[in-house]
Design a protein. Structure first.
Length: 77
């Protein structure tokens, strides 16, 4: 499965803002961008569930904050 990178998300966001694209293409790009963002959020939140206390400390997160973030659905920022 393809996992979008931050660069991919930036490129999709720039494409979505272009007024020169036909309406159908702009909608398709915006949908692709949303899916890329949602996929990244989902993957990141799954990874948070598996981090040790030491790793969370390195990130500056408490176990409670990590649990709260990991519990969010992918569509919530």
């Amino acid at each position: 499965m393809y996992m979008p990178t931050h660069t991919d998300q930036i490129a999709l966001a720039q494409l979505a803002r272009r007024d020169t694209l036909p309406l159908g293409s702009r909608v398709a790009v915006r949908v692709a961008y949303a899916i890329a963002v949602w996929t990244t959020r989902h993957r990141t939140r799954l990874a948070l569930r598996h981090l040790s206390t030491a790793q969370l400390d390195d990130l500056g997160l408490t176990a409670t904050a990590a649990r709260n973030e990991a519990a969010k659905p992918f569509w919530r920022p």
